[in-house]
Design a protein. Structure first.
Length: 53
C-alpha cells in the first residue's frame, strides 16, 4: 500500500511539473536556444512523454 501511494504521488508530481514547464514555455515564447536547454532537461526525465503532448 505504502509503495503504490508513493509511486502515484511521484507520477502526479511529475505530471504537474511537465504541465508547469509546458505552460511556462507557451507564456514566455522562449527562444530556440532556451528550447534546446529545456529539451535536454526533459530528455533526462522522459523523452517520450515530452513529445507525446
Amino acid at each position: 500500500m505504502k509503495y503504490t501511494n508513493k509511486r502515484s504521488l511521484k507520477s502526479a508530481a511529475k505530471k504537474k511539473n511537465q504541465d508547469w514547464r509546458k505552460r511556462a514555455r507557451e507564456e514566455q515564447g522562449i527562444t530556440q536556444a532556451d528550447k534546446g536547454k529545456v529539451t535536454a532537461i526533459l530528455h533526462t526525465a522522459s523523452l517520450s512523454s515530452s513529445f507525446s503532448r
